[in-house]
Design a protein around this ligand. Structure first.
Ligand code: DON
Length: 582
């Protein structure tokens, strides 16, 4: 039965991905002895068709990948507000073709001045979950709007009035509500209903939203317009800022105009390392993603994974994950506040030490490393990937944290405020909504950026480049890891979408598998090594990747088939369009 289900699921995924459905990616097929210098077209993959199309609209207007990223990001803020938006933050990993430079734009939220560890504890000294996850108390000062302005100023070619135009149009005219959005709305409604401004958007005239209803967001359109006209000042000063300060105050939290106006985007040097023949360029702190990914891959370099049977392959991957997530817990945080042993953690010698501690046939209990409790589920975030015809790349992961962030739409501004404060180790050693915990390195303090798992990543080989990333909280890093291992084995961006995922994050000490990801025989073999394997139906990990095979001069775009609204599209420069995945 189980095997039959796996086969059905895999075939369904393959069909969805265009792998079985043939000819999705045969753009400009040619096998050359020299890798192509320029991509044959552009590829964009995002969580929503309208956002992917917005990116192409801006490319057609003469924009580059960075302008397109502004369009995709802002359109996702409108059509996927459950996941990210102007009340949240994100990371944009950029590659500039003209000078070969890679940089990460850090538009992560920061803790307001009022945020102290004591503020998040109840009378018994336990974590106050309501403050951590809901309403204004759970929100950091938003960074995404500043990130978009920075992208345009330093890297874009078009004015914001052009690159934000699709988002403004869709916010004003509306878009049809879809199942995934409404499913998450139902889960989060109890909190969202606290706020009249949230109800005004999500339950217009007191009616329950239904699939296919047109969702109009007039206030959000106005906020986007002010951002387009006035840039940073359009959001962090003036009427948008005033509404924001008033809304958090009405919910019992004080932010000052000065701290809002003082928000700063940071340009960060990416984490870079070699994995076999590939150069990996990925997210540095305040994301934990790059460091954890580097640790895992460096440990895994010690085995030829393709030659191992499945249980042993999973065993080594999981043991590497366990050790890297353990280090995440102890060492990682905001680089502007804490000193981290990054060079050591990502070094070959350190990896050799970790590898030596892994037994060939036996799980290492996480209790042998210091411990925590099991996780509560909750999710939202979105990732998109772009390669343009000039060879610029963007991998961007943006978020409001849990579904619909804090649940609070800012009255007058029309966006949902994030609940990113839960990504801090608000109470040392207590797991957050994703089950990950931390200590001093990720302690809450005014002005700090909370540790993230968002991992936009470039994988650069001799003949191929890929842009990867995912949503899914702490599981983002292992989803990117499995994507990297798939690309290394010769898969393309659409094919890696069908990889069945498993994950270990040190605590809880279990392998979480996507339902039916592992065969009964594999589970049995893993259990014999000492593992507990739990199917995890709550995990919604979604990836959207693109790649460019320079040897054949072919591009691919993969959108996760678990997300029916997503779209990965390749458009070749000859104007012939091939749709890899929808
Ligand atoms: O920054 C982080 O790691 C989290 N706030 C991301 C949340 C997330 O991916 C939820 N998605 N399913």
């Amino acid at each position: 039965m189980r095997i039959r289900l796996v086969i059905v699921f895999v075939v369904a995924l393959l069909l969805n991905c265009g792998v079985v459905n043939a000819a999705p990616v045969a753009n400009a097929q040619r096998r050359a002895s020299v890798p192509a210098e320029h991509p044959p077209g552009a590829a964009i993959a995002s969580a929503h068709q309208l956002a992917t199309e917005a990116g192409f609209e801006i490319l057609a207007k003469g924009g580059n990948a960075f302008d397109a990223a502004i369009a995709v990001s802002s359109t996702l803020a409108v059509v996927e507000p459950v996941s990210s938006g102007l009340g949240g933050g994100g990371f944009f990993l950029l590659h500039e073709a003209k000078n070969g430079r890679d940089v990460m734009i850090d538009a992560r939220e920061i803790a307001p001045a009022s945020a102290t560890p004591a503020f998040y504890l109840d009378a018994k000294g336990e974590l106050d979950l309501d403050k951590a996850e809901n309403g204004a108390a759970s929100a950091g000062i938003p960074g995404l709007p500043a990130g978009l302005v920075h992208l345009q100023k330093k890297y874009g070619r078009l004015p914001l009035s052009v690159s934000l135009a699709p988002a403004i149009r869709i916010a004003r005219e509306g878009f049809p509500l879809y199942k995934r959005l409404l499913g998450q709305f139902a889960d989060r409604r109890r909190v969202m209903d606290r706020y009249p401004a949230t109800r005004a958007v999500w339950e217009p005239n007191g009616q329950d939203p239904k699939v296919g209803d047109n969702l109009v967001q007039k206030d959000l359109a106005h906020t986007l317009e002010l951002l387009a006209q006035k840039g940073f000042d359009g959001y962090y000063h003036g009427e948008v800022a005033q509404h924001l300060l008033a809304a958090v105050k009405a919910d019992g939290v004080n932010w000052t105009a000065a701290e809002l106006a003082g928000y700063q985007v940071k340009e960060r040097e990416p984490i870079r390392f070699k994995y076999r023949d590939w150069d990996i360029v990925t997210a540095p702190p305040p994301s934990s993603g790059g460091v954890v990914l580097a640790e895992i891959l460096k440990v895994l370099e010690g085995w030829d994974l393709a030659k191992l049977d499945e249980p042993h392959r999973i065993h080594f991957v999981v043991e590497a994950e366990r050790r890297a997530y353990h280090d995440r817990t102890l060492y990682l945080g905001d680089p502007d506040f804490v000193t981290m042993p990054i060079r050591r953690l990502t070094s070959a010698d350190y990896a050799a030490g970790l590898r030596a501690s892994i037994l060939p046939d036996k799980a290492t209990p996480s209790d042998m490393l210091p411990g925590i409790k099991p996780p509560i589920e909750g999710d939202n975030t979105t990732h998109f990937s772009i390669i343009d015809t000039e060879g610029n790349f963007v991998g961007a992961t943006q978020t409001v944290n849990l579904s619909f962030g804090s649940g609070m739409v800012v009255a007058g501004d029309g966006f949902l405020l994030n609940d990113e404060m839960d990504d801090f180790a608000l109470r040392p050693g207590t797991p957050n909504a994703f089950g990950v915990m931390g200590y001093d390195a990720n302690a809450v303090a005014p002005g700090r950026r909370m540790l993230s798992s968002m991992t936009p990543t470039f994988m650069i080989g001799k003949d191929r480049v890929a842009v990867l990333g995912a949503k899914g909280g702490s599981r983002i890093i292992t989803a990117v890891l499995l994507g990297i291992l798939g690309i290394e084995q010769g898969m393309d961006s659409s094919q890696i979408m069908s990889i069945q995922r498993y994950h270990h994050q040190y605590r809880p000490d279990v392998i979480m598998e996507e339902p039916n990801a592992l065969s009964a025989e594999t589970i049995k073999a893993l259990e014999a090594m000492g593992y507990t394997v739990t199917p995890n139906t709550d995990i919604l990990v979604l990836t959207h990747s693109v790649d460019w095979d320079r040897r054949n001069n072919v591009m691919h775009a993969g959108s996760d088939p678990r997300n029916p609204t997503g779209a990965g599209i390749v458009r070749v420069t000859t104007a012939r369009e091939t749709k890899a995945v929808r």
